[in-house]
Design a protein around this ligand. Structure first.
Ligand code: ADP
Length: 512
């Protein structure tokens, strides 16, 4: 301890040794060679740390900064040992020299240890050849990307997270009318107000956003046009970039507008036509009603008197006169039926109120009314469980079923027992009924026509009828918010379908 204290106390004391010049036999040349060489080594070692520090300050490579400083210190210390070696030729400060050497030794080993520790990291550093190859690769990738960008059919603008334009393709140039240099570096707002989109939504790779808002793009000349935009993130080494694919939808908008306007015009026309048709229908119905109602009275008189004529004068006139009278009686009978049917037809739904109707009860009534017809023709009727309708017109509904059942029996296949199936099921807010028979069937080309009033497919001599029954049915189905149609195969049978809306609203019809 004492020695150490003495060492530091006499650190700059050189009285214990003669100057180096006087130790041994130095020739002038040998001594100065030693001194000059030492000073050259020292000055070089002194200069190197400054070069290193200057290098560090320029490169900003923070990874090895401590090692660089350590290395600079180590070299500075090595230089100092040479400096003191030269100094001892005049001032033998061997204690100071020893201290400098000790410091140099410590610094040297610290540097060695640090170098060993950073060696794996240093090994992983890319060589300049690696870096050059990488730069080359990047250039190629960038070129490919640019080519792809140019090939895209839509305009593409690539932006950074601050909505600054980084890249645009040729389509974007021609769409907006700016040159590339006029756009790059500027905010995207100059082209379209896109910056309201939350950038966070784009931070997940593959998260594509279609901008739902109707946006307007602005060209260099100030004109505006509607655009459709989808945004996609591009994760690059420089950070997140956003690619906006922009489509000018002016034409689409014009088309949409034209279609909308055409639709409105069409709708108006349809409404006008419907109103006109409804008015004409009403007029026609009114006419049919008035005509059939007013015709009843003179017809009643005519047929009454003709029957009287036959009763009182049969056999008194000649045979031909009797035959003529018979014709008139028959014709006036048919006319009576026709007028009654027409009157019934024009009365459908007039002034009635809809209410709850049990279809099972209706069918029961129909079958009871047609009991004789059913028995005479040995008809087998299978009626499934039918619904209780919450709102319907019972009289009209009964007439509908009755017409269909009568037709199924009337148009039976000769020699075959008529079999009928009556069913119903619920579908999309409607009850759908079906009346199926095994009768003569109807050819396809007549399947629509038979619902038109007075349309018949057979002569009266073959099948009795006025051709009004199915028109009746159609009107009743429509009164219930539904429709009627038939599926049939000639020689096999027919199925008549009709629908009734679950909720039927009463028509506003004035009772005549
Ligand atoms: P009508 O029975 O008085 O002739 P409809 O209006 O009831 O009048 O029927 C129109 C035509 O439809 C009938 O003349 C007939 O040719 C055909 N038709 C109706 N129902 C059936 C059925 N179930 N099978 C075959 N043909 C039918």
């Amino acid at each position: 301890m004492k020695q150490v204290a003495e060492f530091f106390r006499k650190l700059f004391d050189y009285s214990d040794w003669p100057p180096r010049w006087h130790c041994g036999k130095w020739s002038e040349f040998h001594g100065w060679l030693y001194i000059v060489s030492d000073l050259m080594v020292w000055s070089a070692y002194f200069a190197i740390p400054f070069i290193i520090i200057r290098y560090i300050s320029k490169k900003h490579d923070a990874r090895f900064i401590r090692l660089y400083f350590l290395f600079a210190g180590f070299i500075l210390a090595c230089g100092a040992t040479h400096f003191f070696d030269a100094v001892t030729f005049w001032y033998p400060v061997y204690r100071l020299n020893a201290l400098v050497r000790a410091i140099t030794g410590i610094l040297s080993w610290t540097t060695v240890i640090c170098i060993i520790r950073v060696l794996p990291l240093a090994n992983n550093l890319r060589t300049s050849a690696d870096l050059e190859a990488e730069v080359e690769q990047r250039k190629k990738a960038e070129e490919k990307f640019r080519n792809l960008l140019e090939l895209a059919p839509d305009s593409i603008v690539i932006m950074n997270e601050e909505w600054g334009i980084q890249l645009v393709n040729a389509q974007a140039v021609s769409l907006f009318g700016y040159t590339r240099s006029e756009m790059i570096g500027k905010r995207v707002r100059m082209l379209m107000p896109l910056d309201f989109v939350d950038v966070k939504l784009l931070q997940t790779p593959g998260n594509r956003i279609t901008v739902r808002e109707e946006l307007m793009g602005t060209r260099k000349d100030g004109t505006q046009f509607p655009v459709e935009i989808s945004l996609a993130p591009l994760v690059t080494e420089e950070g997140l970039l956003m690619a906006a694919v922009i489509r000018d939808i002016s034409e689409k908008k014009l088309m949409e507008k034209a279609i909308r306007e055409a639709n409105i015009t069409l709708e108006k026309k349809v409404q006008q036509r419907t109103a006109e048709l409804e008015r004409k229908n009403k007029e026609l119905e009114q006419f049919a009603y008035v005509a059939s109602h007013d015709l009843q009275e003179p017809l009643q008189t005519t047929s009454g008197f003709v029957q009287l004529l036959r009763k009182q004068y049969q056999g008194q006139l000649d045979e031909r006169a009797d035959q003529y009278i018979d014709y008139v009686v028959q014709a006036s009978g048919r006319m009576k039926t026709l007028i009654k049917d027409l009157l019934d037809y024009s009365r459908i739904g007039r002034g009635n109120q809809s209410h709850q109707v049990d279809c099972n009860a209706i069918i029961k009534e129909v079958l009871a009314d047609l009991h004789t017809m059913i028995a005479d023709n040995d008809v087998l009727i299978n009626a499934g469980q039918l619904p209780v309708l919450s709102s319907a017109y019972p009289t009209e509904l009964k007439s509908l079923f009755q017409n269909l059942v009568i037709n199924s029996i009337k148009f039976r296949k000769p020699g075959i027992r008529p079999v009928l199936h009556i069913e119903a099921f619920q579908t999309n807010g409607y009850w759908q009924f079906s009346v199926h028979d095994n009768g003569i069937g109807i050819e396809e080309q007549y399947q629509d026509k038979i619902f038109i009033i007075f349309q018949r497919l057979h002569t009266r001599s073959k099948y009795e009828g006025s051709g009004i029954g199915l028109a009746h049915c159609k009107k009743i189905a429509e009164l219930h918010g539904g429709k009627i149609w038939v599926q049939s195969e000639p020689g096999v049978g027919s199925t008549f379908y009709f629908t009734i809306a679950e909720v039927v609203s009463d028509p506003v019809v004035k009772s005549l």
